[in-house]
Design a protein around this ligand. Structure first.
Ligand SMILES: [Zn+2]
Ligand SMILES: [Zn+2]
Length: 383
């Protein structure tokens, strides 16, 4: 921003200030509201839900204490992208929440929506391999359009049920605010790496060295299998692994009013998303049955087809569905076996998919060519 000198009366200044206070206070309100929602849901995660907080850290510049080599390495950068997952502890009889930081390190430095989807998908796979059941995934991120908040992310969300068998919701912090756990995790890694390089106890010449450094020094628990509630693991993503040729995800239309929305969720229909201005996690919002008591803050749900198909949109139809299901299913909760929404409410429900998931012990992902075309293999956490 370039500052410029202006001359005007005090009254003009006051008027302009007053005008700017409106969007400014909206911005502050969004930031604190969205942060509160993350705080609430990540500390009280419903059973079989997983909450992700994600962010790209500033790239790590690889370095050595040796001057000559230091110069040689000075342009080598490593991407750091934590996925901090919160979920219920999987130990029998334990009801505590686990904070599980999956630190993605990569020599792919593009920082784009496709990378985010790759990290998210890999994190889910890792959790499922550890026995974490996922019936609903909640993302919290900032609203950077090239990474987290664009039509590509929205189509990923809309295809979540068909690809993974569970619904994904995206929630956004007010711009540039509140990335608490990610900032902390990035800080821990960078600080420890810098200390060890300065003390000549480590040489980090490239992203793979950084991954190895983290894995050897900062993995939690240090004794595998120990019953703890703070976990950290490192995952290396080799350049070339991120699939950026995904026409089924990119050939979609832009969602209007993207800037104002802080909450987007998939529906049962591919490419159809529901969105509203702000997040909330009351029983009504979580079961999607009924009208939220905080609707004046969250705003009403809108529905849009990213393929531009002009179907029936939210407004009256959805409201009618919501009301009908409210009357029929007052006690329905996510995951309960007897959820039986009226046929036309399926445009905005994950109940059937959720039911299928709970019936099978093994939450194997459905076969889908676009998931495995990178030929991923379980070679440790190198993905
Ligand atoms: Zn526990
Ligand atoms: Zn609500």
């Amino acid at each position: 921003m370039v500052k410029e000198r202006k001359t005007a009366t005090i009254q003009t200044m006051l008027d302009e200030l007053e005008m700017e206070m409106v969007p400014f206070s909206r911005h502050l309100f969004n930031a604190s509201w969205q942060w509160q929602q993350y705080d609430i849901i990540s500390k009280n995660v419903p059973p079989n839900w997983v909450v992700f907080c994600m962010d790209f850290g500033e790239n790590y510049s690889c370095k050595s204490q040796d001057e000559a080599q230091g110069a040689h390495w000075s342009n080598v950068q490593a991407t750091i992208h934590p996925v901090v997952a919160s979920y219920r502890c999987t130990e029998e009889g334990c009801t505590r929440t686990v904070t599980d930081s999956m630190m993605f390190i990569s020599n792919d430095t593009k920082h784009c929506n496709h990378g985010v989807q790759h990290f998210s998908k890999t994190a889910i796979k890792q959790l499922q391999e550890k026995g974490v059941k996922v019936e609903k995934l909640v993302h919290f991120t900032d609203g950077a359009s090239s990474q987290y908040k664009s039509k590509i992310n929205f189509s990923d969300v809309s295809l979540s049920i068909s690809y993974f068998g569970f619904q994904t919701e995206k929630h956004y912090f007010g711009s540039r605010h509140g990335k608490g756990p990610c900032d902390r995790e990035i800080g821990v890694l960078k600080k420890q790496a810098n200390i060890n390089v300065a003390a000549r106890q480590a040489e980090i010449a490239n992203a793979f060295d950084l991954y190895n450094f983290g894995k050897e020094n900062l993995t939690r628990p240090s004794i595998p299998g120990e019953h703890v509630h703070e976990k950290r693991s490192f995952i290396f993503v080799q350049e070339g692994k991120i699939n950026r040729n995904r026409p089924d995800h990119t050939d979609v239309e832009t969602l209007k009013g993207t800037q104002r929305l802080h909450c987007v969720t998939g529906t049962d229909k591919p490419y159809v998303v529901a969105y509203r201005e702000r997040s909330y996690f009351c029983h009504t919002c979580m079961t999607r049955i009924g009208k939220c008591s905080n609707e004046d803050i969250t705003g009403t749900w809108n529905i849009s087809n990213l393929k531009g198909v002009k179907g029936k949109t939210r407004t009256d139809d959805l409201a009618a569905n919501i009301n009908r299901s409210r009357n029929r299913k007052k006690d329905a909760v996510v995951g309960s076996d007897d959820v039986d929404l009226p046929e036309n409410a399926s445009s905005f429900s994950s109940q059937n998919a959720t039911k299928d998931m709970t019936e099978s012990d093994d939450v194997a992902l459905p076969n889908n060519p676009s998931r495995s075309q990178n030929g991923e293999k379980d070679s440790g956490w190198i993905r």
